[in-house]
Design a protein. Sequence first.
Length: 518
Amino acid sequence: MSPRTIVEPHHTRGDLYLSCDVVIVGSGAGGATVAATLAEAGHDVLVLEEGGHYATEAYTANIPEMLGKIMRDGGGTVAFGRSPVPYLEAKCVGGTTVVNGGMCWRTPEKILDEWSERGLVDLGAKALDRHFTEVEETINARHQDPGSHGGVNDRFYEGATALGWKLSRNRRNQVHCVGSNDCVTGCPSGAKQSTLQSWLPRFWAAGGRLHTHTRVEKIVTRRGRAVGVSGTLLDPYKKRRFTVRARAVVIACGAVQTPLLLQRNKLGRECGHVGKHFTIHPNVKVAALFDEPVNSLRGTHQAFQCTEFIDEGILLAPGAIPLGFMTAMFPIFGSRLAEKLRRDHRHIATGGVLVDDFAEGYIKTLPFGIPLVRYDVTDVDQGKFVRAAARLAELYFAAGAREVYTAFHHHAVIESPDAIKKLYADPPRVEDTEYFTAHLMGTCRMSADPHDGVVDPDGQMWDVPGLYLADASIMPGTIGVNPQVTIMALARLVAERLDARLGRGAGAHSVSMARPAA
């Protein structure tokens, strides 16, 4: 990698004035995919990332340190509602692909059929197949190496098999994952093929440039057309500004930050959909105590999923989480965390249940630019959570668990298989449940009708020519599976359409008027 392809604040002096064919805001699943695709097509592409760049050796299991470095608001992001839902949102080169669990699933065909029937014909399974294939090859979507699953996955597999429940084997974007279970704080071995390890090297090899610590605040328009962006360069030593002039602008900040940026710029108001239709695939965690050690800090994050109840909108999965997160996930550990974990942590396996939600929340910018993220878990979905947690408890007992821990305050411990029925007899309320999510989608959805969404089938905003969106915000609806492959496939589609409009190899050469550092 050329040292000039990543530009940090200390590499320049003064305000920055740049020009390019395409400026892309965000370097995660959507932004990096668009960047690589357009750069390889011969366009001059500049990526702006609000966070910093961290090499593989910078990622550690020191949770407070890593949350401060790579997570937005130090990992304190939360959707408010009947019960708050914490969510993952990274702020670093590679975006949330750096901190996710790496699962790789294509959008289910029935979902793509629904989108196609709504007029988005290019989102059909056949049309997107080549994009899915390119994504899977680029990010190395593959099964875990034999022997690297770890005890958490093994216990899950044993329980599901004992009950005769259907299992699917996960593919993850990894190359010989060593099974350190540090996904959420960044992969310390470089095995996880985040965009930092996959799409961005292709982007740099094609001559692309990336500027870190650049907070985009304004989308510059001229006669109603997007012609660039401007904002603050996050230099700790001096307040500085940057301005980028471009033939096209791509916003890829994710399902939360993208609508907030549009709202702050008063763009997309005519359609009335910016920030609406927010879906999150909420989930709750379940844990089990075994007599034999499972050593949850060894093995992969998630090697299997149980699809026995997928027609009910319920997915069961293993998923090791760092011990430091257990207080937020399980009420029982909040009161006696030190004692419990000191004695039993090697014997505890964690997992979770994901519900394919049909409720919708919203993203809104309040006065003074304060963001509000709102999502209410519905009673219908809560019923699914209760059934799903009961099923997962059944699975763990079938695998030999001594007791099971839930995310429900009034049913924090299930002592035996017979005690599972307490969940049905006295169903826990939404307000008494600890939720979590890493899947944020749909706040600037793609549509075939300008009155029904924010962007057209090419990814261009209906009412702002030259302004494209390419991240989870444009997903037309919930998909029921981990979304990173879907995001990347849609980003490839958007990039190809933009390439066709610009003309291949347009190559408007970049000019920097910043004074170089001495």
